[in-house]
Ligand binder design. Sequence first.
Ligand code: GLU
Length: 276
Amino acid sequence: MRATRAAAAAMLLALSGASGCALDAGADSGSITHRRSLAIGVKGDQPGLGLKGRDGRYQGFDVDVATYVAGRLGVPPGRITFRTTPSSQREDALRERDVDLVFATYSITAKRKTQVTFGGPYYVAHQDTLVRSGATGINAVRDLRGKRICAVNGSNSWRRVTDERKIAARPVPVPDYRACMTLLASGGIDAVSTDDLILAGFAAQTGGGVRLLNAPFTDEKYGVGLRKGDLAGCEAVNRALTEMYQDGTAGRLLKKWFATSGVSYTTSVPQFEGCS
Ligand code: GLU
């Protein structure tokens, strides 16, 4: 009898060990918690935020924040795969499991919340407007009436002008922000209106020829995109972001990427939205 009990106990132990593995595997498919590796969507064309170099490496504030958060989730840099995820592909990339997380100047909006669970925000940017330095008569968003503005597919920025502010600007569709800057330089558009951090990165790279209006008019809450419903993952991301502000990393990274860009940034911890 005693022997049978011991055998049963051993079997139970073995079973619980096995089910522990099974649980981990289950968590792998459903949540980003307990992952061995992570695929992370970032921008590839935005200096200071997410920029893919000739060597294939990504760098920028979003990349560094993503690396920090992944580390807190137990995934070291060597087991992160970064993937270029333009504005138009962020929701699909998460849904289709091309990426597990998105850190890509991804503003939390009511519409996007119906498709994506958002951690954070990890930063609150503000929409501003960039024009050619010689341009006259454009000093605030209202002056964009009748002007050709850059409309990056999947971005919220141009809609903030035309739909929310009801300013009758003329959106010119393009695939990404690099295309905006090329068009601005060539005279194909009159203005690029988007997040101040994005504009500051480009302005620093351009080194003249452009002028930032310094007339911010929105709050852009940069969220961490997770697959819809991964609430455990979202809570874990929020814990990591809280630590990132508490241990001084957030301030250090903001300084690293934006101190010389001319943009005024804040290092206080943003108000989290709550996971849903
Ligand atoms: N933050 C804005 C958005 O998510 C503009 C930048 C972007 O397209 O990534 O739409």
